[in-house]
Each structure stands twice: as structure tokens, then as C-alpha cells.
Design a protein around this ligand. Sequence first.
Ligand code: TRH
Length: 385
Amino acid sequence: MHENDMDQRLARWDIFCRVVDNYGDIGVTFRLARQLADEYGVAVRLWLDDLASLAMLRPETALQAARQTVAGVDVCRWDEPFDAAQPAQVVIEAFACGLPQAYLEAMAACAQKPVWINLEYLSAEAWVDDCHGMASRHPRLPLTQYFFFPGFSRGTGGLLRERTLLAERQAFRAHADRQQAFWQSLGINEAAGALKISLFGYSNPAVHSLLDSWASGAQAVLAVVPENRLLRDVEHYCGRSLKAGDELVHGSLRLVVLPFLPQDQYDRLLWACDINFVRGEDSFVRAQWAATPLVWQIYLQDENIHLEKLEAFLARYTDGLPVDAALALQNLWRDWNRQQLADGVWQDCLSCWPVLRQHAETWAASLAQAENLAAQLISFCKTRV
Ligand code: TRH
């Protein structure tokens, strides 16, 4: 088949996203939809059951609209019962969210069956390589679904990374005036010499010992906390309620509460900080693209499955680090995830800081060698039409 014919057969995509909790479901799917539209000229419909979540990331989102365009993406409200819709040529079911029955039947009725992808959760575990791309036939309908796994190794579908992302980050980093303007836009007069740390996470009582370490250390720390669940624990530490705009100083620590930022601005916050505490999936990946040290709080799963995932990533990430730096980082991540910090873990990490910073650069550069997830998805679909 001619290359152009093939592209025409992949010109229309439907992405289905059900917001289960938090912002990762919409964070990932919107980012993918936008990149497909922006960079590959794909006509993307994003079927979404919770417009309020998108509005957190893209404040221009109209909460009542059944259909609207947001940053080039055709956002359709996913109502149940689902009205008949002509299926697109590629159908992405995000995180096994379950397609509407009527839509599945319509897919089955198409002469040329859509390429049906289940976009999976991110994991650094080795088994992902074996399962990436696997096919599963529908038990009743003449349809085949393919499992597409994001990941860190060559055998996976890679990570979301927009074409200009790294160049934009570089440009931001190279211009002190841009960084200053950014901090000012957040209402923060950046203190020279302070270690800038962003804090995003799930509820975690270990934040008490972390803030204590920062307050009592010799190093000045500017901690910025966009409104998120972790803020409740920060409030507990401070003994008062906190809202965006509030600021407090305690010893060497200056803590500023920010509103939950639009997604693009949050990226800049990650670039502007020296260390980022992140969680879940999307902020975790974006912090890696920021190429600075990060601390990941993984999403809790039953039977401690998440701890295996944490170790799988740590093993990859710390490979090649000097032993003391690897150990310091592992200790901090493990303690942060078991929600109890041992004495000295923060300090140990801080003393390896130059090595960890260099390593974060090397890690991001090595990840960038792989083709980005959107491009890999397109290549994969080309082989299935
Ligand atoms: O919100 P999350 O915990 O999302 C979850 C988890 O990823 C979970 O494992 C998974 O089941 C599910 O989603 C897919 O964390 P995550 O993935 O980092 O998503 C947060 C999004 O919010 C991300 O796109 C960044 C964005 N964000 C902002 O836009 N502004 C902000 O101020 C902050 C703090 C985050």
C-alpha cells in the first residue's frame, strides 16, 4: 500500500477517557490528543466523562459544552447512554476504561475495522516488553484490541514527549530573565541561592519530617506547593489552614502555596525548580523531562504492587550512579513512599546533589533517544490497518 494511502486511513482518531480519580487520566490523554493534532495533523476527538478535570489543566474548558475545541482537540462530552457516533479509524481506549457498547457495535459494523488500542499504565517492569503490542480478540465481536504500553525500554511504546519540549526547556533554562518573569507571574520574588523545590503528592504524613529537615538545615529552601492533596498534611504541620497565595517562613524554609496551575505552566514550574516531588504518572514523566532530580510518590495499589513498580523504576534510574548517590536516592524515595523518613535521608541526598543533578540530565538525554509515544503509536497503527 502507498504510504499516503495508509496515512489517510489513520487520519481520524477517537480517544476515550474516563476520569477514575485524580488528574493523570486526563493529564495523559489530553497531552496525547493535543500532540497528535498539533504535530501529526490527526483529527482527534477526545471523549471525556469529566470536563471539570480538564478545566483544572486547561482553564478555558467550558464545563457545560457537549462539544468544544480545546487547544486543537475536539473535546466531546462522554454521556451515558452514548449517542451513536461514526467510529474513527483509530480508537484509543485509555487505561482499559471500557468503550460504550453502542460504539463497540458500530466499530464491529465498519467494513474496515478501526485499529483498537488499549493504552496502558506506565511501568518500568521488565514484563511490559513482552506484553507491549499483544493482541486480544473480542469474545463476541469481530474486533481485535492491541495493548500499547508506555515505558522506558526499547521494547515498549516509549513516553509522551512533544517535538519542541526539550528545546523549550533548554531555552527557559538558558534565560534567567524568563525564569524570573515566571516566578513573578506566580507572585514570588525568587530568593537568590535558595534551593527551589516543588511539592506535589498524595497525602503523606512524612511531609512533616521533610519540612523539618528543610527548616533546620543550613541551606535556604523555597518550597512551592500547588494546591493538591499533600497540602492537607502541610497544613497539619503548620497548624493552620492554607490557600493559594499564603506564605510562611520557618527557619531556613520559605513555603509558598500556589493555585493548581494550568498544565503548561506546571511544566514550567518543574523546569524552574531544582528538585520536584511528583506523583502518579504524568507529573512523574514530566519531571524526568525537566532533567532535574525528582522524588516520585507512586499511586498506591492493593497488595503493595506499587512497591514492585517503584523498585523496577529505581533499578533502572539508579543504574550507573555512584553507590553512595544511588543509595541516598533510593532511601529517600523508599521512605517517602512508606510515608516515614529516617533521620538524615534528606541530608544524604543533598550532599550528593551535584551528582544527582548531572545524572538527571544524562537520564533525560538517554530517554530522548527513543521515539516518542505518539510517533510510536502511529507507526504501530500503520502496521495494523
Ligand atoms: O493526579 P495523579 O495522581 O493521576 C493518577 C495517577 O497517575 C495514577 O497512577 C493513574 O491511575 C492515573 O492518574 C492515570 O498524578 P499525575 O499522573 O501526575 O497527573 C497529574 C496531572 O496534573 C499532570 O498532568 C500534571 C497536572 N498538574 C497541573 O496541570 N497543575 C498542577 O498544579 C499540578 C500539581 C499538576
